[in-house]
Design a binder for this molecule. Structure first.
Ligand code: N01
Length: 586
């Protein structure tokens, strides 16, 4: 598969020791470095790419942009940063988000502690010395590092391990095969080509309209249709930006109180309490605003199937209204729960199918059989293609961990421990793996919240815990297995309240054959989760064994976490949040 390769780097191997190794220099790794330094810890980060930005470094496909408003899809830890950075559009395009990541790296002088073009291949806990030994491979082939660190912080991302289905005959195909999540740095020119796109998730839905503008012919291979809401992306109005900047802390506080960790108008009323006419008006208004907030048209859309049916039918009507060919329109109409798979946000996606050179092939019942030298075979028919784009997503949440041989106590690897599904306490740590933190790991709100908010809360909490360990002279922390078991059960129990657990999405690992079906993120809502983390902290980390601590379960000093350590203030309470709150912190 054609993919972006990082240029070679030559440097002497590192051996440490350092207080912490950070794996990844995306938004999680960058913030972790910043906080570690502030708290007086030495750290080094390893990054496979040759630059910072993580997901925004790798996903350079045409049309890639955020779908949480730029003014909220950004770090909130620095008021100065908030004030000085200017977003150009409602939803910033990938190059601008990558520039922002680079700006943050420079502004906070983070690069000096990052080793680029270096892949972490193993992390092994040395029990006798209570140290992590982290091994890397440098992409220039010049060897690797072997660094010893007290702590290992996995900032590997939730959607960073590309899912590349092994279609038969791929090696025979004469043209290039791209994956949206590993897009060539120099871009791709599809002018005059017959292009095939496999998949119809967010990446496909963003890229298809732009690929169609260049390609001579575009064939989309769809296994499951997806709901998508128009973005209505536009340049940001300077008056609106000025207003937000004048009140940024208040907006950030409102965002933190939301289940999603970002703010948008939300109608808490149940859908079925409205008449059909009122509902239509409400949906039309929400559709006209566009984007993910469409799901906020009513409060129960993800919890009541009958309510969900009303929004699903409205969305299907929109598709039928846009797509002129009735057969294509029907193929594009999803039948599953609206918002069950991650909702997509688009610019001209459905209208693209009205173009005469764009066609849709249903591979739900007759899967892609194989590649040939010149195309793809489906149902015995060959589709002639010059280039193929696999918009086939990611081995979500655990895939990036699987790529590293992580060995904890007694020689147990994380992959072995997670064979039947990920097991963490609060999504930050896993029993048997002392002093190893996971930023937005499975069991935390992560992908169900605004990622950057979720990252900041996690990192602040982790670094405060590290400082506490230093204060009380503890060598290690380790999640208690009984607390972890209770947390895993709680994550699973709360997920059952939401309709989101009912379909075959990447949230449950169903997009990759052979993965265990487990609802991986925590759906209880961002503020409830933050409260649980705060309670854990206030209890002196009772859910963890702090080995060697001079005091037992003493409340820590609250440092970076101060901004999250505020009374729970939820202006939108979902059934999942209610269910989550019924369970005391474990
Ligand atoms: O991946 P996906 P994505 N044969 O898994 C299909 C975030 N994101 O990269 O649904 C044929 O959603 C698969 O079919 P099915 C966002 O959280 C955000 O698009 O499994 N088809 C599906 O259609 C998003 O949800 C933005 O039946 C196969 C597609 O490939 C997440 O990343 C932009 C197949 C994969 O869709 C992942 O999105 C982009 C096969 N063998 C991404 N295997 C923003 O806007 C898979 N498929 C911020």
């Amino acid at each position: 598969m054609t993919s972006k390769s990082a240029p070679p780097t030559s440097r002497a191997p590192l051996s440490g020791p350092v207080d912490a190794v950070v794996v990844g220099a995306g938004f999680g790794g960058l913030y972790a470095l910043h906080c570690l330094r502030q708290a007086g810890f030495s750290a080094v980060a390893f990054e496979t790419g040759d630059g910072v930005g993580g997901t925004w470094y790798w996903n350079r496909y045409p049309g890639a942009r955020c779908d949480v408003e730029s003014l909220q899809y950004s770090y909130s830890f620095s008021e100065d940063l908030d004030q000085e950075w200017n977003w150009s559009e409602k939803y910033a395009p990938q190059p601008e988000i990558l520039s922002y990541a680079n700006h943050v790296a420079d502004r906070f002088d983070l690069r000096r502690d990052i080793r680029f073009s270096t892949r972490v291949v193993a992390a092994t806990f040395d029990e006798a010395r209570a140290l992590w030994v982290v091994e890397t491979e440098r992409l220039d082939g010049s060897g690797g590092d072997r660094v010893e660190a007290r702590f290992c912080i996995m900032a590997v991302g939730c959607l960073s391990s590309a899912n590349k289905p092994p279609f038969a005959g791929m090696a025979d195909f004469k043209g290039p095969i791209y994956h949206t999540g590993e897009w060539p740095k120099d871009g791709v020119d599809f002018t005059g080509l017959r292009v095939g796109v496999i998949g119809t998730g967010s990446s496909a839905i963003q890229s298809i309209p732009l690929i169609a503008e260049q390609a001579k012919a575009l064939t989309v291979f769809q296994r499951t249709p997806n709901y998508s809401v128009p973005a209505y992306n536009a340049p940001l109005d300077p008056a609106y930006v000025a207003e937000v900047k004048a009140n940024y802390p208040a907006l950030r506080a409102k965002a933190r109180s939301r289940p999603t960790g970002f703010y948008f108008p939300f109608n808490t009323q149940p859908a079925l309490a409205s008449t059909p006419e009122e509902r239509r008006r409400q949906y039309e208004e929400a559709w006209a605003r566009g984007g993910l907030p469409f799901l906020g048209a009513y409060g129960d859309l993800l919890f009541n199937k009958e309510a969900n049916d009303t929004i699903a039918e409205f969305a299907r009507e929109k598709i039928r209204g846009i797509v002129k060919d009735p057969k294509t329109a029907e193929l594009l109409c999803p039948e599953n729960v609206f918002g069950c798979k991650r909702l997509c946000v688009d610019t001209n996606y459905f209208a693209t199918y009205n173009k005469p050179h764009v066609s849709l092939v249903d591979v739900s019942k007759t899967p892609i059989e194989r590649f040939t030298a010149h195309g793809l075979v489906v149902g015995g028919k060959t589709y002639e293609l010059d280039a193929v784009v696999c918009a086939t997503g990611f081995a979500a949440m655990t895939g990036a961990f699987d790529k590293i041989r992580i060995t904890g106590r007694g020689g147990l690897t994380l992959a072995e421990k997670w064979q039947a599904g990920p097991r963490t306490y609060l999504g930050v740590a896993s029993a048997g793996f002392p002093n190893l933190f996971m930023v937005t790991g499975p069991g935390s709100p992560s992908v169900l919240a605004s990622m950057i908010q979720a990252i900041e809360q996690h990192v602040d909490w982790m670094v405060d815990m590290m400082a506490h360990l230093r204060d009380v002279g503890a060598r290690t922390f380790e999640a208690r297995i009984e607390d972890e078991d209770r947390w895993v059960a709680h994550v699973n129990e709360v997920s059952q309240v939401s309709l989101r657990s009912t379909c075959s999405s990447w949230y449950v690992g169903a997009n990759v054959p052979g993965r265990p079906r487990v609802f991986m993120p925590y759906i209880g809502g961002f503020p409830v989760y933050v409260q649980k983390c705060n309670e854990e902290m206030d209890g002196g980390y009772g859910g963890f064994v702090l080995d060697g601590a001079t005091t037992r379960n003493a409340p820590p000093e609250i440092r970076l976490t101060r901004r999250w350590h505020v009374p729970l203030d939820m202006d939108v309470i979902s059934p999942a949040m209610l269910a989550a709150r019924q369970v005391p912190v474990v």
